[in-house]
Design a protein around this ligand. Structure first.
Ligand SMILES: Cc1cc2nc3c(=O)[nH]c(=O)nc-3n(C[C@H](O)[C@H](O)[C@H](O)COP(=O)(O)OP(=O)(O)OC[C@H]3O[C@@H](n4cnc5c(N)ncnc54)[C@H](O)[C@@H]3O)c2cc1C
Length: 366
């Protein structure tokens, strides 16, 4: 086994499934865990010099790893560090990419800072959050990220990217789009201010009302979000098999007014969703999946649909990546047949070169 760097312990032939929340997939040829930006840079340089493929791993909570594994170097970014810098009316929060995301949210909330409270309970690392512009219950990180420090694999240079340069959109960014795989996030900076929580979602408002809280603090909002998420199997819990997932497997599709009309007529139903400023409708993928015939708790061998949330494909124990993909393909086909809507997957796929199932899942016509 080649030495990646004298300061960096590398392991060979490492099972990847235990490093992911879905728990499927084969082995990595090599794995290194980089605890500093310098170690991260050394691993990137080594893979470039040796012409070895590189995959960047965070907390493994948004990944489907192929059963064949990854024939290259998996670089687990574990850069630590969390600082709160008080400015006049705001607090700058700078977190290393390897910091567990919910620890950052919890630390901000405990200081009374608003802006991240609705993102409580999301697994994974802080470095993973800008990749798909992590969001939930009316917040996403694009609203508070002011800078992202990245290592540019194309040049080997470190660069500080402003939040506005990240190309954030709904569950997307340049890191997942045009520049996928190019930048390795080393740390993320947020700008937060003390204040009231974001109360944009009926579920959160109802939960707070149910608790008799009339003037909620950010702490109250965090507790409400965590309670809702637990009921949906959306907080990782070893004792809850419905949490062996990547969270939502599909994104909520956006349909135009014409498609929306056709959908409503075809189903003789009011289509639920959130109206976007341009008149299009973001339709809950969970609704489409249930309406097209998949019940919560549905099983297809060792893969299945969570009994608490129709959007989560779960590993019921012993599932392979192929089992998960087969179910995802079945769901996408059935929703397309019923509604003419092509769902798009949310997780990253690792080690699936030219795989027809992955290609189909990523295909879109709407
Ligand atoms: C139970 C559950 C609930 C979830 N709920 C939500 C939710 O409410 N909202 C939401 O948006 N997501 C949710 N997710 C998805 C997931 O938790 C987030 O997308 C998370 O930010 C992924 O971070 P990670 O560190 O685990 O990344 P990984 O899964 O390890 O990687 C995901 C992608 O990010 C890249 N990446 C990771 N770290 C870096 C880095 N430092 N530099 C460059 N690229 C990197 C990887 O290469 C890969 O392409 C949920 C997942 C689960 C299992």
């Amino acid at each position: 086994m080649p030495s990646v760097d004298r300061t960096l312990a590398s392991q060979a032939d490492v099972p990847l499934a235990p490093l992911t929340t879905l728990g499927v997939g084969g082995r990595a040829r090599w794995l290194v865990r980089a605890q500093t930006a310098d170690q991260t840079a050394a691993a990137i340089k080594w893979s470039a010099d040796q012409q070895v493929p590189l995959f960047v791993l965070g907390g493994g909570s948004n990944l489907v790893v192929s059963d064949e594994g990854f024939d290259g170097l998996v670089l687990q970014v574990a850069v630590a560090g969390l600082e709160f810098i008080a400015e006049r009316d705001r607090t700058i929060v700078r977190a290393g990419a390897g910091e567990p995301w919910d620890d950052v949210v919890s630390a901000a909330v405990s200081r009374g800072l608003a802006g991240l409270e609705c993102l409580s309970g999301i697994p994974g690392t802080t470095g993973g959050t800008p990749i798909q512009n992590v969001g939930a219950y009316g917040q996403d990180v694009s609203r508070t990220i002011t800078a992202v420090t990245v290592l540019d694999r194309a040049t080997g240079a470190t660069r500080v990217m402003a939040g506005t340069e990240c190309g954030f959109g709904y569950r997307s960014s340049r890191f997942k789009g045009d520049d996928a795989g190019r930048f390795v996030v080393c740390d993320v900076t947020f700008s937060l201010a003390p204040g009231a929580p974001t109360l944009a979602y009926p579920d959160v408002i109802a939960e707070l009302e149910g608790r008799g809280i009339t003037a909620p603090t950010v702490s109250d909002a965090r507790e409400a979000v965590l309670a809702i998420r637990r009921r949906k199997g959306m907080v990782i819990d070893a004792a809850d098999p419905d949490t062996r997932s990547v969270g939502s497997f599909f994104m909520n599709p956006v349909v135009d007014a014409d498609h929306r009309g056709r959908l409503a007529r075809a189903r003789d139903a009011k289509i639920p969703g959130y109206e976007l400023p341009d008149g299009r409708l973001k339709v809950p993928a969970a609704w489409l999946i249930e309406q097209s015939g998949f019940a919560r708790g549905y099983s297809s061998g060792t893969a299945g649909i969570s009994s608490k949330h129709p959007l989560a494909i779960v590993n019921r124990g012993g599932a392979t990546a192929r089992d998960v993909l087969a179910l995802a393909v079945q769901i996408k086909r059935q929703v397309a047949d019923h509604f003419g809507v092509w769902l798009r997957p949310e997780p990253a796929f690792v080690g699936f070169e030219d795989d027809p199932d992955v290609a189909f899942l990523q295909e879109t016509v709407n």
